[in-house]
Design a protein around this ligand. Structure first.
Ligand code: ZN
Length: 503
């Protein structure tokens, strides 16, 4: 599909307008069972095998709230500095859609479990930007439709659709920000940093893996522009289901440029949902949405209100893990790295691997060096996340120990890592199989040194004549014949010894 959309340059858009954003993030909880029934939430099973009368919406079926779902929602609320409702209810959000067999979604409306919080996010230059949170509420996911027979997989042109209700009823937490104002040209960066930080918080809480590539976390980006100096918000567009950090940033940027073009030409922004396109970073019109959209919300009569005891809430608060930003600052100081290097480590997704490698006995500099060097490069080349590489932190720690003891030099250590990643076994096995050991044994080295001297008589004469610096060439020759496995310092000593010169 080619859609030509007029854009103005980003700089021109920002010179005339202030962007205001609202971010709505859906997080799929990692509970074992669904939000209102005991069906399994395991992904990848045969269609409609994980369903029951409740999540199929059959008449007369009664839902029961998943306690872990509520607990996870409270933890998220607390981590986002929210107030936790003393009493709240679920509500029916009525609409018809084939993947919603009850004809309503069980959600929360005017009584969310958590509200009025904030999340501080750190921008690339180290500045802290506070994003205020309007609410976090509990709801359930829908089933999944697959449109078959058309060229595009969209409903248009399809001959029929398949419905899988395995996902129907999986617990979701929707986290909604208050309008984000004052970010100016950094609005797209703030959006990305917010979603990134939120993802870290969710992961730290252990309530979801929050994998955006697996749809466990997705973001709707609401954006509007208003001329500088005006209080009133402009009309917003809502770009739905953006599923990577980079895309969140690109979607916000594109919408700023598109809105500015429409406004500059005297047009009006249509309040609508929009689709984001990964290929070129553009958005296209979805469905028109006006404020009067009426879901006829009403309190869910089949579920009792949720009234979390204060003691329970305080217990959960006391049990919160160290928050990611606090932890990052602590590690940065412990490791003695600057903001920029810490950011690179974060971007590479290597923090946890480095921490685990240090816990397995490596010093922090070596742990960082290998994870940010060989391993990050391999992850990049093979398109894998760094923590999905087939090498454990304990194995990396073992490599650093072999380097520290002089059994390996850096060059050999790289080959060991390469072998482990290639599935040749653990570090010791690879060392054994490939015969990768630093040779420092004088007997073996002596022969190689003699050979190098015999083959380079002119250089040897120079060294005898006092040009000690020329020894480097002979060391190089020995390293070559020993395929890099010689102990270079010892080789140099032997050369000088044999040629009768003082080092
Ligand atoms: Zn069920």
């Amino acid at each position: 599909m080619t859609v030509t959309t007029d854009l103005v340059s980003y700089e021109d858009a920002l010179s005339a307008y202030d962007p205001v954003m609202g971010l709505e993030v859906h997080v799929e909880l990692g509970t074992k069972t669904k939000m209102f029934c005991g069906c399994s939430t395991e992904l990848g099973q045969d269609a409609n095998t994980q369903t029951c009368p409740t999540c199929l919406g059959l008449p007369g079926a009664l839902p029961v709230v998943n306690e872990i779902g509520v607990e996870s929602a409270i933890k998220i609320g607390l981590a986002l500095n929210c107030e936790i409702a003393e009493w709240c209810r679920f509500a029916r959000k009525n609409y018809f859609y084939p993947d919603m067999p009850k004809n309503f979604q069980t959600s929360q409306y005017d009584e969310p479990i958590a509200f009025n919080g904030y999340l501080d996010v750190q921008l690339e230059d180290g500045e802290i930007f506070r994003v205020e949170i309007e609410r976090a509420h509990m709801e359930e996911d829908t089933g999944k439709s697959t449109h078959v027979g058309g060229a595009t997989g969209r409903i248009q042109g399809a001959s029929h659709s398949l419905l899988d209700y395995n996902r129907a009823g999986i617990p979701l937490i929707e986290i909604v920000t208050k309008p984000i104002e004052g970010a100016g040209e950094r609005a797209p960066e703030v959006a990305k940093a917010y979603v990134a930080e939120l993802r870290e918080v969710i992961k730290a809480l252990g309530v979801s893996e929050a994998r955006m590539d697996k749809g466990q976390m997705r973001c709707d980006v609401n954006l509007s522009l208003r001329p500088h100096g005006r209080e009133e918000f402009g009309t917003r567009s809502e770009t739905k289901n953006v599923n990577s950090l980079r895309s969140v940033e690109r979607a916000a940027r594109f919408e700023i440029q598109r809105h500015a073009a429409v406004l500059n030409s005297g047009g009006t922004i249509v309040q609508e949902t929009r689709h984001f396109h990964e290929e070129d970073g553009s958005t296209t019109s979805g469905r028109i949405k006006d404020n009067a959209e009426d879901y006829r919300y009403f309190p869910e009569p089949d579920l009792v209100p949720v009234a979390p005891a204060r003691e329970w809430v305080e217990e959960l608060r006391a049990g919160l893990p160290e928050m990611p930003r606090v932890r990052r600052n602590r590690l940065r100081e412990e490791w003695g790295v600057n903001e920029h290097d810490m950011q690179s480590i974060l971007n590479a997704g290597a923090v946890d691997s480095i921490v685990a490698t240090i816990e397995a006995g490596a010093d922090s500099a070596s742990a960082r060096k290998w994870w940010m060097g060989e391993l990050a490069r391999n992850a990049n080349e093979t398109g894998r996340a760094i923590d999905e590489l087939p090498m454990t932190p304990a194995q990396v720690a073992r490599v650093t120990a072999l380097v520290a003891s002089g059994d390996l030099n850096d060059k050999l250590a790289r080959q060991v890592i390469e072998g482990v990643l290639a599935g040749e076994g653990g570090p010791d096995e690879v060392v054994e199989k490939r015969g990768l050991k630093v040779v420092s044994d004088d007997g073996a080295l002596g022969a190689a040194v003699d050979e190098a001297i015999a083959a380079n008589t002119a250089i040897a004469d120079k060294i005898r004549g006092g040009k000690v610096a020329a020894a480097g060439a002979l060391v190089g020759a020995v390293m070559k014949t020993t395929r890099g496995q010689a102990d270079a310092a010892r080789v140099r000593e032997l050369i000088l010894e044999k040629l009768g010169v003082e080092g």
